[in-house]
Design a binder for this molecule. Structure first.
Ligand SMILES: C[S@@+](CC[C@H](N)C(=O)[O-])C[C@H]1O[C@@H](n2cnc3c(N)ncnc32)[C@H](O)[C@@H]1O
Ligand code: SF4
Length: 451
């Protein structure tokens, strides 16, 4: 109780805090990054280097009411065909400016629902991408799979083009909860998808589930987690349901009076967490779990875990290129995001242009503050020596930041001889504590950027 009231006092249950899948968060992007800036950053990718590529498919056959992803529902194939043709053209435009010998170490297709593509479209998209940038030996190719929107022809096509990892959306197995969130998906459908993926040679399988859903209680989440454990996923993302109806209009269908209270949310998370730990999973950062042999757990245990737009990754490539409407690219120089509106994105690409709409050019303290936030969300600690060595930051600047964060979050944080850490009791506040290192948020609140 004491712990709960401390968390409440420090603002856990009211806070609207970025997820820090990038720093600065995409909400802070501006128009500084144009197609010309993007082109110059692509031109500076070292010849022969290995990069990551993300392709975004912003369409779904059904629109689940709970979903806050930027995606559009379509029954017809026409907009999907037109969109994939634009993706192919975008890859051609990119190929024309790409330095020689660039290869892909990580390829990820996300959405929306990339598995609504027809098998032929999957083959031509993968073929065009790998013709422009071949996969490296041992490359990882992962795809987000909706178990309701996959069949053997599409699985075979994905396996043929090299998919070796997959992520499936589960959310919750309970019937009442599924009805309340507008996503019906029987256990058998999920189980059959998992078995089919394994039969097609998938080495690492992730499942997304949610806590904080309407009608969810301790017994129901325990039951759902146990059903998920029976499928033995290699990784699990346990996300807190974000209820943001002002952004995701379809969430107006969610019965708000059936949503758990903030305290109940925390208990739901803890119940699920305990079950994963009992079953032998390692806890990864703020909301992931992985089998100890999975590469994400290995990365976490060896200090190689990173934060990215999918949450966590063991990908250490310096460059990520995002293809498709609203996709974000990351370079050592900054972020570039494609136009979010599909029509605007398609118009730019068809004219042979880059579809860059906005982004952020790294400056000042961005890189080291971003790395500190990443360290906190990956391992709950900041290693001062690593920050000083990598970025040449003055130790006094770090000490000032640590003491401001420790004053704001007493008993939840600790300054140590190595740096700064969030103690076990403070972990539910990790994103809030990370925000104390965010120069943009602090400026917005009237604090000095440099502390
Ligand atoms: C882009 S969706 C792709 C999954 C795929 N389309 C499917 O439905 O299986 C990725 C994940 O985002 C998560 N997600 C979507 N809306 C969310 C929300 N409002 N709060 C928290 N997580 C959410 C879900 O767990 C979902 O599986
Ligand atoms: S959860 Fe998946 S299928 Fe449902 S609307 Fe979101 S992206 Fe589409």
């Amino acid at each position: 109780m004491e712990h709960l009231s401390q968390l409440r006092r420090l603002g856990l249950f009211d806070a609207k805090v970025p997820r820090y899948t990038s720093y600065p968060p995409a909400t802070k992007f501006s128009n500084d990054v144009t197609g010309d800036v993007f082109r110059s950053w692509v031109g500076q990718i070292p010849e022969g280097s290995a990069i990551s590529v993300y392709a975004h498919v912003p369409f779904c056959r059904r629109l689940c009411w709970f979903c806050a992803c930027r995606t559009q529902g379509t029954r017809s194939d026409a907009p999907v065909i037109a969109y994939v043709q634009t993706l192919l053209k975008e890859v051609e435009n990119l190929k024309a400016i790409l330095p020689k010998g660039v290869k892909i170490a990580r390829l990820h297709w996300g959405g929306g629902t990339p598995t609504l593509l027809h098998p032929d479209m999957m083959r031509s998209l993968a073929g065009t991408i790998t013709d422009a940038m071949p996969l490296t030996e041992g490359a990882e190719f992962s795809v987000e799979i909706d178990p309701n929107e996959i069949d053997d022809a599409r699985l075979t096509a994905l396996a043929d083009v090299g998919m070796n990892r997959a992520s499936i959306g589960v959310q919750d197995f309970d019937d009442d909860i599924q009805k309340a969130i507008g996503r019906i998906q029987g256990y058998e459908v999920t189980r059959d998808t998992v078995e089919a993926l394994r039969a097609h040679g998938i080495r690492s399988l992730n499942a997304d589930i949610l806590y904080g859903l309407p009608h969810q209680n301790q017994a129901r989440i325990a039951e759902s987690v146990q059903m998920l454990l029976s499928l033995s996923p290699d990784r699990v993302a346990l996300y807190g349901y974000a209820h943001v109806p002002w952004m995701a209009k379809r969430q107006a269908m969610i019965p708000t009076d059936a949503l758990p209270t903030p305290e109940e949310r925390l208990n739901l998370f803890n119940t699920a967490r305990r079950l994963f730990l009992w079953d032998g999973y390692d806890e990864i950062g703020i909301d992931h779990f992985a089998r100890p042999t999975d590469s994400m757990a290995v990365a976490a245990n060896t200090g190689h875990l990173r934060r990215n737009f999918q949450g966590y990754t063991d990908d250490t490539c310096d460059v990520l290129i995002g293809l498709g409407a609203s996709a974000i690219s990351k370079f050592p120089q900054g972020f570039a995001q494609n136009a979010s509106a599909t029509a605007q994105y398609q118009a730019a690409v068809r004219e042979g242009d880059m579809a860059t709409g906005r982004g952020h050019i790294f400056k000042g303290e961005d890189l080291w503050r971003g790395r500190m936030i990443e360290m906190l969300l990956c391992s709950f600690k900041i290693d001062s020596a690593a920050i000083i060595e990598e970025f040449g930051v003055e130790p006094a600047a770090l000490s000032q930041l640590y003491s401001a964060a420790a004053t704001a979050y007493p008993q939840m944080t600790r300054t140590t001889s190595d740096g700064f850490e969030i103690v076990e009791e403070g972990r539910p506040l990790a994103r809030m504590i990370a925000r104390a290192f965010d120069g943009y948020e602090m400026r917005a609140e009237g604090h000095s950027a440099a502390f």
